[in-house]
Write a protein that binds this ligand. Structure first.
Ligand code: ADP
Ligand code: ADP
Length: 226
């Protein structure tokens, strides 16, 4: 089953910058695929197109069998960004349950499901905390929990661990692999400029080069470390 399909995907910004040129990549169910490359190679541009925030200037892009804008509205697609996106005035459990609240889930279901994913990311003792009371790594864990709460089939992550210290990053990488390896249907598309991170995490790596942003190589990696 194809989760993301890019065909001759290209993006030229209005000022003439060719940010992405002729990218052909298909991502299947269950893959953990990393886009890796130096600053300026078009990673964020690809991410913005997949999340429907920016439109391709050429080629086609399908996400979960539909358009990126449509996919964004579906609960089977979830995002995690470099910055946590928790709402500061809501407790951790309310933040994490928010996607379910927006879909009209009952209070009980929200609490149960939020507790389930908070346990997965090691935050079960912090359900009543406010975001400002948590460290950077814990806020990122909570953001990941919120992405997982609606049981997404496609998890899109843009440099989620870039702002964390090395130790926290390694811990969260392991936790993410653990969560992914327990769900055979979950596909992860992960963007990073860190080659080590890409090799450690992925089943397949897409290496990008800048000016213009092109695919330099696509390599299969061993099944990631469990
Ligand atoms: P990365 O995320 O890999 O650092 P980007 O996708 O941000 O790469 O950028 C790819 C190229 O497109 C760079 O040359 C960048 O300066 C340029 N760029 C990014 N966003 C815009 C924009 N909105 N308008 C014009 N050029 C842009
Ligand atoms: P869309 O494709 O949906 O029309 P864009 O991604 O082209 O939207 O727009 C992104 C915005 O970022 C534009 O308003 C653009 O002017 C602005 N921008 C211009 N140059 C850069 C740059 N080098 N890096 C980041 N943003 C830029």
């Amino acid at each position: 089953k194809e989760r993301v399909k890019m065909e001759r995907l290209s993006k030229v910004y209005p000022n003439g910058t060719v940010a992405v040129q002729d990218v052909n990549v298909s991502i299947s169910e269950g893959e953990f695929l990393c886009f890796v490359g130096p600053s300026g190679c078009g990673k964020s541009t690809i991410f913005k197109m997949i999340t429907g925030l920016s439109s391709p200037t050429d080629g086609t892009l399908h996400v979960m069998g539909t358009s990126p804008k449509q996919a964004r509205k579906q609960s089977d697609t979830a995002f995690v960004f470099q910055e946590h996106t928790l709402l500061p005035w809501m407790s951790i459990i309310d933040n994490v349950g928010l996607p379910l609240a927006l879909r009209g889930a009952s209070r009980k279901e929200r609490r149960q499901e939020a507790e389930r994913v908070l346990e997965l990311v090691g935050l079960k003792d912090y359900t009543k905390s406010m975001p400002r009371q948590l460290s950077g790594g814990m806020k990122m864990r909570a953001s990941i929990a919120r992405a997982l709460v609606s049981k997404p089939k496609l998890l899109l992550m843009d440099e989620p661990f870039a702002a964390l210290d090395e130790i926290t990053r390694q811990t969260l990488q392991r936790e993410l692999l653990d969560i992914w390896s327990k769900d055979k249907e979950m596909t992860v598309l992960f963007i990073t400029h860190n080659v080590f991170e890409a090799v450690f995490l992925s089943t397949r790596i897409v290496v990008m080069t800048p000016r213009p942003g092109k695919v330099a190589a696509i390599e299969s990696v061993r099944v990631p470390f469990p």
